[in-house]
Every structure is written in structure tokens, then in C-alpha cells.
Design a binder for this molecule. Structure first.
Ligand code: SAM
Length: 274
């Protein structure tokens, strides 16, 4: 019988958020895979759990580690995967091991728990029924411009992770692409002593963050309001933004229609004027 791979979420700042079932999964594991053995070792020490074996699995070691872990799973062992904090596979290693384990017929199970993006989204006050998660935005180049342009025309709430050093520049860039009035939230140090949910317009948050931001940060940006009737100039501006990221005119029309709710014929006619 093949073994089981269990994805275990760990706290994002508050030890009290570790699920009781996570302790059981650690205790039952033949092998615990983690990004940093010292960090996970310290977590296990704090909760008083001894594990048989810890193995590093991060971007640098995945290539050589995955075949070894798969052999052990196929031999029937119980393997737990954790990341440094939060849920493995969410802007953390995990997805390659899970996909490889599924390929060889291993059962996957989870002990779900903290995800910074979800904690930020649900406490932001912005619509949480439908949302887009961008992970970390690209630091520069065309990919970043495309991501910023996509957020500008996105009707769903967007959530992304950002380094405290870059959050001011990113908010300033969003003021340019989304306009100063779009609502947003910077969720900082969630579940920790200095937890802060700073709500405002993009312009207000850009101004606030320009003095420097400390700690871990999630940014939540409201979707564009599709019910607002936009004038021709605004629709042309949106078409230009989407075209600038390399979309064809046809795709640009589709995206602007989806984001604004404007009539297709009207947006198509405007696209012919660009
Ligand atoms: N796997 C993790 C999860 O499930 O949330 C995310 C790992 S990612 C490498 C780390 C990023 O998550 C940080 O740079 C920050 O953007 C966000 N983050 C993690 N903990 C946080 C916290 N307590 N408060 C705010 N953001 C946090």
C-alpha cells in the first residue's frame, strides 16, 4: 500500500493557530519535509513534538529531494509537508511534490489552516465572494506592467503578497494604473502583536506607506466597479492600458467589456479610434 502525503498549515505569527490535528500528523509522520529544518525544528520543539526525521524541501533542493520522497511514499511511509509559515503551495514550495505524488498514485490529504492572503481578504471589508490571488507581483519588467494593468481592469477583489520594502512603490504604481480613488487595504503583521489593517483609497495608502512600512504585508485591492457608467475617455484609457501590455484589440475589447460592463459595440467602436 502506498503512503500518504499530508500538507500541514502552520501559524503565520501566532502559535495558538496550530491545529490540534497538525500535532497528530507530526507525531504519526515517518518524515517531515520543510523549507528550513531549523525553523520547523524550533516549531516542533515549542509544541513538544519529536519527529522521526526532518528533510529540507525548498526551491533549491526540490529537484533532488522529490524522487527520494516519492520512493518513501510509494514504500508506504507517511510524509508531512510544511512550509516556513502558512499553507504549503501558497507562494511556498509544495505544488511540484503534490503533482509528482499524484502521478505515482499517492493519497494526498491536508490539515488546513492559516493563509495570510485569506486572513487579509476576509478582514479587509472588500468583497470576498470572488477574488484573484496574484502571489508576489513580479519586481519589474513587462510581467509586472501586465499584472498592474490586469488589476486595473479586474472586477474581482485582488489579493497579493508584497515585501515591506516595495509596498510603497507598488501602491504608487497602482495609483497610476487604477486611479487614486480605488479602495484598498494593507494587512500588516496578521495574528501578531502589531497587527494592523490599514484601509483607504490607493492614494491614501500610497501616501501612508511612503514613510516606510515594517513587517509582513498583504495588499488587497477592490475590483473595478462594473456598475459605474464610464465615459468614452475612460473606456479609451482602459483600452490603451490593456493594449500596452500586448493584448490584441479583440482581447482588449473583451477585457474592458468584462471589467466595466460597458456594451461590447460601444467598446469595439472606441477601439477603432485608437
Ligand atoms: N504560505 C504562506 C501563506 O499561506 O500565507 C505565504 C508564504 S509567502 C513566502 C510569505 C508572504 O506572506 C509574506 O511576504 C507576506 O506577504 C505574507 N505573510 C505571511 N505572514 C503574514 C502575516 N502574519 N501578516 C501579513 N502578511 C503575511
Amino acid at each position: 500500500m502506498t503512503g500518504v502525503l499530508t500538507l500541514v498549515s502552520t501559524p503565520i505569527g501566532n502559535l495558538g493557530d496550530l491545529a490540534p490535528r497538525a500535532m497528530k500528523a507530526f507525531e504519526a509522520a515517518d518524515l517531515v519535509c520543510c523549507e528550513d529544518t531549523r525553523r520547523t525544528g524550533s516549531l516542533l520543539k515549542q509544541i513538544g513534538v519529536r519527529v522521526d526525521e526532518l528533510r529540507r524541501l525548498d526551491d533549491h533542493t526540490e529537484f533532488e529531494s522529490i524522487p527520494i520522497i516519492l520512493d518513501r511514499l510509494v514504500a508506504g511511509e507517511r510524509v508531512v509537508l510544511v512550509s516556513d509559515a502558512g499553507t504549503p503551495g501558497i507562494s511556498d514550495p509544495g505544488e511540484r511534490l503534490v503533482a509528482a505524488a499524484i502521478e505515482v498514485g499517492v493519497e494526498i490529504t491536508t490539515v488546513p489552516g492559516p493563509v495570510a492572503a485569506i486572513a487579509a481578504l476576509v478582514s479587509s471589508g472588500l468583497p470576498s465572494g470572488r477574488f484573484v490571488f496574484e502571489g508576489f507581483l513580479a519586481r519589474k519588467g513587462q510581467e509586472r506592467l501586465a499584472q498592474l494593468a490586469a488589476i486595473a481592469t479586474e472586477s474581482r477583489t485582488t489579493v497579493f503578497y508584497e515585501s515591506p520594502n516595495r509596498v510603497a512603490a507598488t501602491l504608487a504604481a497602482l495609483v497610476e494604473t487604477c486611479g487614486p480613488e480605488r479602495r484598498a487595504v494593507v494587512a500588516r503583521e496578521l495574528t501578531k502583536l502589531h497587527e494592523e489593517l490599514r484601509r483607504g483609497t490607493l492614494a491614501e495608502l500610497a501616501e501612508w506607506s511612503s514613510a516606510g512600512v515594517k513587517g509582513e504585508v498583504v495588499v488587497v485591492v477592490d475590483g473595478v466597479d462594473a456598475s459605474v457608467e464610464l465615459d468614452d475617455g475612460e473606456l479609451v484609457e482602459r483600452l490603451r492600458t490593456v493594449l500596452a501590455e500586448g493584448s490584441s484589440k479583440r482581447d482588449a475589447v473583451d477585457r474592458v467589456v468584462a471589467a466595466t460592463g460597458a456594451r461590447r459595440g460601444r467598446v469595439y467602436d472606441l477601439s477603432l479610434t485608437i
